[in-house]
Structure formats: structure tokens, C-alpha cells
Write a protein that binds this ligand. Structure first.
Ligand SMILES: C[S@@+](CC[C@H](N)C(=O)[O-])C[C@H]1O[C@@H](n2cnc3c(N)ncnc32)[C@H](O)[C@@H]1O
Length: 214
């Protein structure tokens, strides 16, 4: 997966020898996990967004999160923001059958150009641990949510992202500030959100969180 080099690491993390992120992120198995495990977990925590306008941050290439926003969460319109141009193009092709209910555009989730309070929900599947400024992404999500709107976030945590075996084969920003279950919840609170539910599994390596804007 292409990436930009960030500032010098504040905490040493193990080296990356080969970046095989795409093999997993673009795989059918990844889409299956998202559809069968992650989205249902978020739905249990936060409920549907019936008829809502939603935004997904970091769509990737398969567009699974956008499709799930409509099919599973009941949104009427799903927009996606994705940083890498090749992924934007691939995602547009992947969701072309959904017509004008879906729009995918290039952009940085840490600096959204959307208006304040313009979405009923914001979704992020594994975007925070890839973002250089993940706390800014949380702040931006909070900004664009309408009062009562919800952030649905699902992440691999620092415990696995910064582990030696995963680091060896998978690039992530190396600033030593990957999200943990606790720092994700704290970042939501710092952004003015109220955490309404969180579930952490796999010995703390995976967490799903829903937070609402009061
Ligand atoms: C691990 S992939 C996850 C893709 C998909 N959401 C999924 O769960 O399979 C992370 C995605 O977030 C995107 N991303 C990372 N930082 C971003 C940012 N600041 N703004 C927008 N997209 C970003 C990456 O380009 C990548 O497509």
C-alpha cells in the first residue's frame, strides 16, 4: 500500500521488511470478515442509520463499507473519502452498480472538506491505524456529524499493528501512536463525542466502537 513517510518516530517500532498490506486489504476474505463480523458488531453497538446520509473514511478498493452502509445499516446515501487515487478509481468501479446512492472522492480524512454537521453517521474500518494523524481523523468525524449522529469505528489496535511479526510484513505509520481501545475512546471524548458502546476482542488486538455527537 503506498504511504507517505511521517515525522521521525516518537517511539521505536519494529522494522517493516516487505509491505504486503494489499494482499489482505483487497482480498475476498477481508470483505467477508467485514461483512460477517465487523459490520454486525458495529450494528449491535450503534444500531441502524435508516434513511441517513453517511460518510465512510478510507474506503479501500472493494467498497464493502459503502455497500454495507446501504444494505445493512439502511442508509439512503453513502459517500466515501479515500486518500489514494488508484483506490478511489477501483472503489468507484466496485460500487458502480449502486448508482447515485454512492459517491467516492479523493481526499484526506484528517482534513475533510465537508460542511459541519452534514452526516448522520461516519464509518471507518481500519482507517485510523493507517492515518498519520488519526486523532485529527476522529476530530474531523466529530465535526461533520450532526447532533445525534454516530461514529462507527472498527480497528486493529497498536497491540497487533506494532507487533514484530505484523510490522515485518505490513507498513503502518511508525510514530508509535497507533490507536488502542482506550486511546480511541479518549480521542472520541476529546473530540466532543460520547462513547455509547465498545467491544474489544482478540486479546485486545481488535476493537469496535460507536460514539455519538451530543
Ligand atoms: C487498511 S485499509 C482499509 C480499507 C477498508 N476500509 C477495509 O476495511 O477493508 C485503510 C484505507 O484507509 C485509507 N487511508 C489511510 N489514511 C487515510 C486518510 N488520511 N484519508 C483517507 N484515506 C485514508 C488507505 O488508503 C486505505 O485504503
Amino acid at each position: 500500500m503506498p504511504h507517505e513517510k511521517g515525522p521521525a518516530p516518537s517511539r521505536a517500532v519494529p522494522p517493516t521488511h516487505v509491505d504486503a498490506n494489499r494482499l489482505w486489504v483487497d482480498s475476498r476474505l477481508r470483505a467477508l470478515v467485514q461483512r460477517r463480523v465487523e459490520a454486525p458488531a458495529l450494528l449491535r453497538l450503534g444500531g441502524e442509520v435508516t434513511g441517513g446520509r453517511v460518510l465512510e473514511l478510507g474506503t479501500g478498493r472493494r467498497g464493502t463499507g459503502l455497500r454495507l452502509a446501504l444494505d445493512l445499516f439502511g442508509a439512503s446515501r453513502a459517500e466515501g473519502v479515500e486518500r489514494h487515487p488508484a483506490s478511489v478509481e477501483a472503489c468507484r468501479r466496485a460500487v458502480a452498480d449502486l448508482g447515485d446512492r454512492v459517491q467516492v472522492r479523493g481526499g484526506d480524512a484528517a482534513a475533510l472538506d465537508a460542511a459541519d454537521a452534514s452526516y448522520d453517521a461516519v464509518f471507518g474500518y481500519h482507517v485510523l491505524h493507517h492515518a498519520e494523524a488519526w486523532r485529527d481523523v476522529v476530530r474531523q468525524a466529530a465535526r461533520v456529524l450532526r447532533p445525534g449522529g454516530r461514529l462507527y469505528s472498527c480497528e486493529m489496535t497498536a497491540r497487533i499493528v506494532d507487533s514484530r511479526p505484523l510490522r515485518a510484513v505490513s507498513f503502518h505509520p511508525a510514530d508509535g501512536d497507533r490507536p488502542t481501545p482506550d486511546t480511541m475512546a479518549a480521542a472520541c471524548r476529546d473530540a466532543g463525542l460520547t462513547v455509547v458502546g465498545q467491544q474489544t476482542r482478540a486479546a485486545g488486538c481488535w476493537t469496535a466502537l460507536v460514539a455519538t455527537r451530543p
